[in-house]
Design a protein around this ligand. Structure first.
Ligand SMILES: *Cc1c(COP(=O)(O)O)cnc(C)c1O
Length: 393
């Protein structure tokens, strides 16, 4: 641990701290936001409608529903699935808390199935074992952008008559055997949070299997008001609206969509850049005492959202938390995706969960470190990350 001493010489200067997950914001989205501000139409309007059309076209589906977060998309999808108290939803322990929270907010009971140690995605065999007579839905997460084993999960959902909701927060560009993530089951939920592969600041999108379900999501996202309530302020005459269900305030603003409209067309180019960074990391770290991300499965497309190292304390003599601290001392931002959900006191208290119940997720969560992987990284940034990792290990 000599290199962890206070005299550590940082790889980068303090002013130059490499922010983890920094979004790439360019002039067109700045101009588009200014345009919304000048026109005075800030809320849900034509730019949201345009982003919905363009995202649906990108995914090759008839329609998409913009909301203010992926969490909102998950919550509404679970409600639209018609879950009742006591209904169980099987999900992964290796995810952001929002996945599990949305199940609880929908009034259902989350049930965890452990992940596959290599892919870090839900293990279909563990899912099968977690099914009870009360199971109503599956909520897989395409972790880091790697598609889940959708053949197996779709098969389970069909056989058992379960609703399938995909958490695609990492998986905008993800494909599995030529089919796009978010189009396998009943609902697909996407995030445009600041650190995701494209951003609207806060924001999200939901896909639904049918027009009826999509309309239901749209209505629930805006107070339960009848269709296209935003049009009532337009210039073709006043229109009355009716509240037909108890809904939420989950709509996306035009100010947010203004950013997304210019991010979405760059998403493929950015993926290409992240693939270069990914390959550079793979080459640089091949001989180090760490575990690198598994290669993508054949006939799939990995969205390369997170590059995760698993620190092997016995071989490197550096604990994961020492590694995190040391990277920060080198002025390089890092992340942890994720401490497994049962590590958090709330779930232990409310649901009686223990980390040991999902040993693979527990082990990954205690060893994992996410390195910077934004498309905006320069070659110099990548070289600095590599130099820092090598000097620590
Ligand atoms: C980011 C994230 C969410 C939540 O997305 P928001 O848009 O911030 O609500 C949900 N699930 C996973 C796996 C995420 O990474």
């Amino acid at each position: 641990m000599a290199q962890m001493s206070p005299q550590v010489r940082p790889i980068r200067s303090k002013e130059n701290f490499l922010v983890f997950g920094k979004p790439t914001i360019e002039e067109p989205e700045i101009a588009e936001v200014v345009d919304s501000l000048r026109k005075g139409w800030l809320g849900t309007g034509p730019k949201v409608a345009k982003l919905e059309r363009e995202f649906a076209a990108y995914k090759g589906v008839p329609q998409a529903v913009a909301v203010h977060s992926c969490t909102a998309a998950l919550h509404l999808s679970l409600l639209a699935a018609g879950l009742k108290p006591g209904d169980e939803v099987i999900t992964t322990p290796l995810t952001f808390c929002a996945t599990v929270n949305s199940i609880l907010h929908a009034g259902a009971t989350p049930v965890l199935a452990d992940v596959d140690r290599r892919t870090m995605n839900l293990d279909p065999e563990k899912v099968e074992k977690a099914i009870t007579p009360r199971t109503r839905a599956l909520l897989p997460v395409h972790f880091a952008g790697r598609p889940c084993d959708m053949d197996a999960l779709v098969d389970i959902a069909r056989r058992k008559g379960l609703v399938l909701i995909e958490d695609c927060a990492h998986a905008i560009e993800t494909e599995y055997k030529g089919k796009k993530a978010g189009t396998f089951g009943d609902f697909g939920c996407f995030s445009f949070y600041a650190t995701k592969n494209m951003t609207t600041g806060e924001g999200g999108m939901a896909l639904a299997k049918s027009d009826e379900l999509a309309s239901r999501l749209k209505m629930l996202a805006l107070h339960g008001m009848s269709k296209d309530a935003w049009k009532r302020f337009s210039d073709d005459g006043y229109k009355h609206y009716q509240v037909v269900e108890l809904g939420f305030k989950y709509n996306m603003m035009d100010l947010q969509a203004a950013i997304g409209l210019h991010q979405l067309p760059r998403i493929e180019r950015w993926l290409t850049r992240r693939a270069e960074v990914w390959a550079a990391y793979d080459r640089a770290f091949a001989g180090l005492p760490v575990e690198l991300p598994a290669a993508p499965e054949p006939n799939t497309r990995h969205a390369l959202h997170l590059y995760t190292l698993l620190v092997d304390e016995r071989r490197s003599k550096v604990s994961r938390d020492q590694f995190l601290t040391a990277m920060t001392q080198h002025n390089i931002g890092v992340g942890v995706h994720y401490m497994s959900v049962p590590e958090h006191p709330y779930y232990q208290r409310a649901l009686g969960w223990k980390p040991e119940d999902c040993p693979h997720a527990m082990e990954i969560g205690r060893r994992t470190v996410s390195l910077p992987l934004s498309a905006g990284l320069t070659d110099g940034d990548v070289a600095d990350v590599i130099a820092a990792v090598k000097s620590i290990l």
